[in-house]
Every structure is written in structure tokens, then in C-alpha cells.
Design a protein around this ligand. Structure first.
Ligand SMILES: [Cu+2]
Length: 185
């Protein structure tokens, strides 16, 4: 049964790649340090709500989240938050720009500054890959009789509802695949 559970988790990971946010390790293997170009690192990456930024650095560096003017001038005078624990995970909870720099003297000017743009997350996909159902015929048919069935699809769920229904799907499919693989194994 343990193997079945393990396989079930694998199925979940393959089926629901977008339900949980991604961790973006800043600078990749270079970490948060001098000598890494964070514009290059960030370019081509998509940062979504629910993703995390992970800064990894030694005690010679820190992370300050600052505003745009602080980013442009390498100043922490309008600092939003300071981190210095060496392994800083910052969850991206809203859309828009975020700005970070190292406040150690000379480090920001030396390149330790990062700006990212956070975009909305994608809704979770279903395993079959079918798009959300929409009425196939957009033009309204003449009402044959009043009180007939309403074929209008329900309103698109909000982000919060989408997330919770995604988790519900996760739990449901976990048990379904656990049972399936339990029988097979
Ligand atoms: Cu530094």
C-alpha cells in the first residue's frame, strides 16, 4: 500500500502542476551574492501569485524589500522589510512589481538588486484537459415555454474558489488513484 500511495502522489504531481506555486530560487545555483546578474536571472521567468521567491545567502549579505525609488537609487530608506536569516522565502501574494536589494554597502551598486513582476496565477487544469464548458450556441433560442430549464453555465468561480476546488480535486483524485493502484499493486 505504501507503494500505491507513492505512485498516487506521483500521479497528482503530474496531473496538477499548477495547483501549487513554484519556488524560484533567486540566482539559481549562484544564490543571492555578488557576481550574479539578477536581471538576466529574472528575464524570461514568469512569477505568479502563489509562487515563492527563495533567497539563499551567507552572513555577508541581507535582503531588503524596497519600493521602486529605493530600487533605482540603491537606498533602503523606504524599506518595506529586512531579512537576514540566510534562507528567505517570500510568498508572492499579489500582482505587480516587487523590489529587493542587498543593503550591505556597495552590494546593490555591485548588482545585488532584483525586480520582478508578479502576474495572476493560472487556474488549475483538469486531468482530461477539457476546457471549461461554455454554451455551444451563443445566440439565444426562442423561449418555447416559460419556466424551462436554464442552460446558462454557472458564473466563473473567483480565485479563492478555484484554489479550494483545486484542492478538493487533489484530495479526491488522490483517494481515487490510491484505491486504483492499491488494487493493481
Ligand atoms: Cu550583499
Amino acid at each position: 500500500m505504501a507503494r500505491a500511495i507513492a505512485v498516487s502522489f506521483l500521479v497528482l504531481l503530474l496531473a496538477f502542476p499548477t495547483v501549487f506555486g513554484a519556488d524560484h530560487e533567486v540566482g539559481d545555483t549562484g544564490g543571492w551574492a555578488l557576481g550574479v546578474n539578477y536581471n538576466t536571472w529574472a528575464s524570461g521567468k514568469t512569477f505568479r501569485i502563489g509562487d515563492n521567491l527563495v533567497f539563499k545567502y551567507d552572513s555577508t549579505h541581507q535582503v531588503d524589500e524596497v519600493d521602486e525609488s529605493g530600487y533605482n537609487s540603491c537606498s533602503s530608506s523606504n524599506i518595506i522589510k529586512n531579512y537576514k536569516d540566510g534562507n528567505t522565502k517570500i510568498e508572492l501574494t499579489s500582482t505587480g512589481k516587487r523590489y529587493f536589494l542587498c543593503p550591505i554597502s556597495g552590494h546593490c551598486a555591485g548588482g545585488m538588486k532584483l525586480q520582478i513582476n508578479v502576474v495572476a496565477g493560472t487556474p488549475p487544469t483538469t486531468p482530461s484537459g477539457t476546457p471549461p464548458t461554455t454554451p455551444s450556441n451563443p445566440s439565444p433560442s426562442p423561449p418555447s415555454d416559460s419556466g424551462s430549464t436554464n442552460t446558462t453555465s454557472p458564473p466563473k468561480p473567483s480565485g479563492a474558489v478555484t484554489v479550494s476546488s483545486g484542492i478538493g480535486l487533489l484530495v479526491g483524485s488522490f483517494f481515487a488513484s490510491a484505491i486504483m493502484f492499491g488494487f493493481m499493486g
